[in-house]
Design a protein around this ligand. Structure first.
Ligand SMILES: Cc1cc2nc3c(=O)[nH]c(=O)nc-3n(C[C@H](O)[C@H](O)[C@H](O)COP(=O)(O)OP(=O)(O)OC[C@H]3O[C@@H](n4cnc5c(N)ncnc54)[C@H](O)[C@@H]3O)c2cc1C
Length: 381
């Protein structure tokens, strides 16, 4: 067993940590207030190679491991969790396209992703279908050699910024086997975007996208018709461990601030860290964050090793966001009234990590997956 990153992974973590501290953290409060990622951010992320992580080298990518991708997201999140979403989507969708596309599609789709020219949204959730995503209703009606998409997607992170979407639509029968995945340009007057106002990750541009008779062709299909849910979605199987590391990165930053405050803030003639009522809760949260982080990295390590990682990734996804929310809350309380202030990042971090309790599946949905593994499908909810 080995619980340490290797030299290359340590160097990656240090490089991204410095980038996050220098370029992301200082702008995070402003982005949150303006509800907008700052202009030029995508170009900067591209210059750092952060859209190229899961793109193969042959298509201009870095072919990063799942663990390496987790390291990047954890460190970015310590600066600004919201900035992780475009990097996360590029990594996940590039992997899905690489696994399911034809050579011609790979050559068309992957290089612009690696260069940060295609900003990607994942368009799955609908107003009537979130957890039961296999029952989505956005229609793909046959037209000529292709289809026309009509219907509504909602809760689409980056919906305001995305140039391209991985859009799941119903081409066939009811249920999972009637769903097809399309990778399409969203810069089309027949795609209407409506911004959602959120509690956290306010700069993330979460939006509702309405598709009004949008033409798509056979060349836009990812994998085969009817395989969107049962095949293409499989490529997302480790996303839950990545999101776990995002919220843990943000929580680590919150804890660092709380620990520094506990060392320096004095009450009743001594540093508040000397009160067990202050330091012991911080110890407990540090323990939960540490353990959840090991679980998330184990899932990614298993993914890289070609081992089954569904249980670990889903365990990490229900636990890490809860641990992160609790830790950020405790960190805020440790700072007293200072933590409540808009000029401190703690309140924003708390709002942002709550979003990770919902994104890519709630705790209940991830527990369903684990329960089926532990109990067997016939004995589980
Ligand atoms: C920050 C953020 C980012 C997101 N990004 C995207 C994105 O980019 N693309 C996208 O498509 N979607 C995105 N989503 C949507 C997200 O995937 C959904 O919110 C999530 O899947 C839950 O669906 P729902 O909100 O419709 O809740 P519902 O499915 O309506 O569930 C409501 C409640 O019922 C519970 N529940 C439902 N079914 C069961 C069951 N069988 N057993 C027990 N409990 C159950 C849920 O746990 C939840 O508490 C994002 C959401 C957030 C908050």
């Amino acid at each position: 067993m080995d619980f340490e990153f290797d030299a290359e992974q340590r160097a990656l973590a240090e490089r991204i940590r410095a980038f996050a501290a220098g370029r992301l953290a200082p702008a995070a409060a402003d982005g949150d207030r303006r509800e907008r990622l700052r202009p030029g951010l995508f170009a900067e992320l591209a210059a750092e190679g952060l859209f190229a992580l899961r793109v193969p080298v042959a298509y201009g990518g870095r072919a990063a491991s799942a663990v390496g991708t987790g390291i990047v997201l954890e460190e970015l999140a310590a600066g600004d969790l919201t900035v992780c979403y475009p990097v996360l989507n590029a990594a996940l969708v590039a992997g899905v396209l690489d696994a399911n596309a034809t050579d011609a599609q790979r050559a068309r789709w992957l290089p612009p992703i690696a260069r940060g020219e295609s900003i990607i949204a994942v368009c799955l959730t609908e107003p009537g279908h979130g957890s039961d995503a296999a029952n989505i209703e956005l229609r793909a009606v046959p037209a000529g050699d292709g289809w026309r998409l009509s219907g509504e997607k909602t809760s689409t992170m980056l919906g305001e910024y995305a140039t391209h979407g991985l859009v799941f639509a119903r081409t066939g029968q009811a249920g999972a086997h009637g769903v097809t995945a399309f990778f399409i340009a969203l810069d089309d007057s027949r795609v209407e975007r409506a911004r959602l106002r959120d509690l956290g990750s306010r700069a993330g541009g979460r939006a509702t996208l309405t598709f009004d008779d949008v033409p798509v062709g056979r060349d836009d299909v990812v994998g085969a018709p009817g395989c969107g849910f049962v095949e293409v979605m499989r490529g997302f199987d480790y996303s839950r461990a990545l999101i776990a590391l995002m919220c843990l990165g943000a929580a680590r930053a919150a804890m660092d601030e709380a620990l520094a405050h506990a060392r320096h803030r004095r009450a009743f003639g001594q540093p508040i860290g000397r009160f067990q009522g202050v330091s012991f809760p911080l110890v407990e949260h540090a323990t939960f964050l540490h353990a959840a982080r090991l679980l998330a990295y184990e899932a990614l390590w298993r993914k890289d090793a070609g081992l089954d990682h569904r249980t670990e990734a889903n365990m990490a996804k229900w636990w890490a966001p809860k641990a992160a929310v609790d830790a950020c809350h405790q960190a805020l309380l440790t700072l007293g009234q200072l933590g409540w202030g808009e000029d401190r990042p703690l309140a924003r971090r708390l709002r942002d990590v709550i979003g990770t309790e919902l994104a890519d599946g709630t705790a209940n949905v991830t527990k369903l997956v684990v329960a089926r593994q532990l109990l067997g499908r016939e004995n589980a909810p």
